[in-house]
Design a binder for this molecule. Sequence first.
Ligand code: AHR
Length: 324
Amino acid sequence: MKKILGLVVSLMAVLVLSACAGTGGGKKTYTYRDMVVGFIQTGSEGGWRAANTASFKETAGELGLKLKFYDAQNKLENQVAAFRNFIADKEVNVIVLAALETTGWDDVLKEAKAAGKTVVLEDRRIDAAEDLYATYIGSDFAEEGRKGGTEMCELLKDSTGKNVVELVGNVGSSAAKDRGQGFRETMGACGITITQTQTANWSATEGKAVMEAFLKQSTDIQGVFAQNDEMGLGAILAIQEAGLKPGVDIKVLTFDATAGAFKAMLEGTLNVSVECNPLLAPQVYEAALKALNGETLPKWVPSQEGVFRASDPNLADVFATRKY
Ligand code: AHR
C-alpha cells in the first residue's frame, strides 16, 4: 500500500513539474503561434505601402502567427476606431500601428495598456509617452531628408538658379514632417531656396496636378523635392506636358526607391531616389514576441537605408536584385 501511495505521489509531482515547464513556472512563454496581431495600416497609397502590407501578410504566414489586417483608407478616424476594435478583441494580443498622424494617440494607447495589449509602432513615429508602446520600428525620416538635401545640392551644383519646389506627403505624418525638416537642414549648404510647397498626399495624380499648378506660377524651377516616388512620378508627367525635360531641365529627387522610381531613373527622367525600407514585418514581429515575453526593447530600431542615383553605372543590376 505504502509503495502504491509513493508511486501516486511521484507521478503527481512529475505531472505538476511538466505542466510548469511549459509555462515557465507559471509564466507563459509565447511563440509566434500564440501571437494574434491586429495591424492597422494607413491605406494603400502606392508602391511603398503595397510592399509594406505584403511584408506583413507574407511574414505572418511564414511564422505561423495570426494576422488581422485593417486598411484605414488614409482616414485617421478609421485608424482610431480600428485600434479600439482590436483592444476589445479578446484574441488580439499585439496591436501594430502605422500612424497617419503623429498626434491624437494618447487615449487609445492608455486603453490598450490597461487592456494588457502589446503595442508596436511600425513605419511612422508618433508623439506619445514612450511607456505606452513597446518599440517603434521604422526609418529615420529626418536623415532621409538630410540625404535628399545633400543630393539636390549635388544635382544643382552647376546651376546658377537653385529654386526647388516641394511636394509634401500627408502633412501630419512623421514621414512628411521629418523629411521636410531634414531637407531644409542640408539644402542651405548650397543656397537652395524652396520657392513653392504644397501637399500632394503621397499620390501620383495629386503630384501631377500640384506640379502643373507650380509650373503655371513660374517655370523658373530647377529642382523638385518630392517626398515620395509616386508624387515625383506624377510631377515628371507634368514637366513633360509643359514641354520640359524632367531629369535634365528640372532635376527630380524622390524617396522610397520603389520599382517605379528605378524604371524612371533608368529612363533618365528621375535623378535620385532616397531609399525608405518597407520590408519591416520580420523585425516588427520579432520585437512583438520579445515584448510579449517581457523583454524591454529599445524605443526605436531605425532601418538601414541607401541612396540610388540615375548616374549609378550598375543601377540596372541593382534593380534586378530589388524586392519592391
Ligand atoms: O512612411 C513612409 C511613406 O509612406 C512612404 O515614403 C510613402 O510612399 C508612404 O505612403
